[in-house]
Every structure is written in C-alpha cells, then in structure tokens.
Design a protein around this ligand. Structure first.
Ligand code: AMP
Length: 221
C-alpha cells in the first residue's frame, strides 16, 4: 500500500493578502479542511460563549486575541477527525509563541509542515481591505476597487442584493492590524525561514496566478 504523508500547510500574509481565498481554494483542491482562526473567533464573538464580548472587543480594535484562547481553540479544532489527512491553517500562527506551540503540537505527529508566505506591498493591501465587501447570503467576496459584481448591487453567484462589510475593515482597524502583522507576525516568517520551512510567493498578481504559484511551490517541496 502506498502511504501519503499528511500535510500541515500554514498560510501567512498580511490582512488583505488573499490568504483566505487562496487557502479555501487549496483546501478544496487537496480535500483537506481550511481552518481560519479569524472565522472561528468571529463565530465565538457572535455566540453566547462567555468569551464572546472580550473577543469581539479585541477584534474590533485590530489587536490579537490572547494566545491562551487561540491555543485552546486550535488544539480542539486540530483534534477533529477531518484533520487526520492534513489541514490548512489560515491566520495561525500569528506570533512566535503560537508558532512554537504549533511545532510542538505537530512534533510527535506525522505531518509534513509547509509554511507559505503571501507577500503583498502595503499600499495595495490598504486598498484591498478598505474596498472589501461580501455577499450576505453566500459569502462571495468582492472589492469596490478590483472585483465588483458584474451587475452592480447583485451577487454574481446567488443573485442576492444584500452585502456586508466586515466590522474590522475600517481604516483605523486596518492600520492596527497591519501594525500587529509587522510587529508580531513578520518575525514568524524568519522563524520558519531559519528552519528551511518557508516558501514565499508574490501575492500582488491576479488570483489565478497566485494560486498556480501556490500549487507549483507545494509540488516542489
Ligand atoms: P483574520 O480573519 O485572519 O484577518 O482575523 C481577524 C482577527 O481575528 C484578527 O485581527 C485578530 O483580532 C483575530 N485573530 C485571528 N487569528 C488570530 C491569532 N492566531 N491570534 C490572535 N488573534 C487572532
């Protein structure tokens, strides 16, 4: 029997780098779950969980939710059965202590760890995030500068006419999220680079080109 080693793919990029879109597409292609800690935290924030108010407040400022909360959520999610064949992490780790935790968690498991950086210049990021909105019904993502619905005000995919902006996509919060990225998350890239686990791709290209680069880089490691 041929055995294939499961992969643990970590996608790192500044807010607005397209990591959510790319990791969802990659997950569907590889048949493994995409785990977005931002999505998990948005669910916690919207629930009756005792942590919801504090999580909501931190996310609204663009700061990082505590490592303790993240480590609990990630440990529990990665222990689910659908992760046995591999998984893609989108938004985790976001600082060195989360990176060390992840390595430790995977150390006695048989996953091949691959860390992918999606690199995008800061001015492009500001436009991408400030223009971002999504369909309230199906979640399709648009951008008022780059990718508008074909018919104004109507979702291309489901025909809905209701759209939502993310609460944390305003200019003040975006700047804070970028600051956190440079301060806390950029060092994670050096951390994995020093271990020869890092692959960098150019995220300042059309979505399909970024995706093709992602696939070819994955095939080469
Ligand atoms: P994202 O959807 O990945 O842009 O995350 C949205 C927000 O969720 C971030 O600005 C943080 O407030 C919070 N968040 C997501 N992932 C993490 C993480 N690994 N550590 C701390 N906070 C996080």
């Amino acid at each position: 029997m041929v055995s294939v080693q499961p992969v643990a793919v970590v996608i790192i990029g500044p807010p607005g780098s397209g990591k959510g879109t790319q990791s969802a597409r990659l997950g569907a292609f590889l048949g493994i779950p995409r785990i977005s800690t931002g999505d998990i935290l948005r669910q916690v924030a919207a629930s009756n969980d005792p942590l919801s108010e504090s999580v909501k407040a931190i996310m609204a400022t663009g700061g990082l939710v505590s490592d303790e909360i993240l480590i609990g959520l990630v440990t529990s999610r990665l222990s689910e059965r659908d992760c046995l064949n591999g998984f893609i992490l989108d938004g985790f780790p976001r600082n060195i202590s989360q990176a060390a935790f992840l390595e430790n968690l995977l150390s006695d498991k048989n996953y091949k760890l691959i860390v992918i950086e999606i690199n995008v210049p800061e001015d492009v990021i500001l436009k991408r995030i400030a223009g971002r909105f999504s369909c309230k019904n199906c979640g399709a993502i648009y951008n008022k500068y780059f990718v508008k619905p074909r018919k104004e005000g109507v979702c291309d995919y489901c025909g809905s006419t209701e759209f939502v902006y993310r609460l944390d996509d305003n200019e003040k919060t975006i700047k804070e999220r970028l600051k956190e990225y440079l301060l806390q998350t950029a060092p994670v890239l050096d951390y994995f680079k020093a271990k020869s686990l890092l692959v960098t791709i150019n995220g300042n290209n059309p979505l399909d080109i970024v995706y093709n680069d992602l696939i070819s880089q994955l095939q080469s490691v």
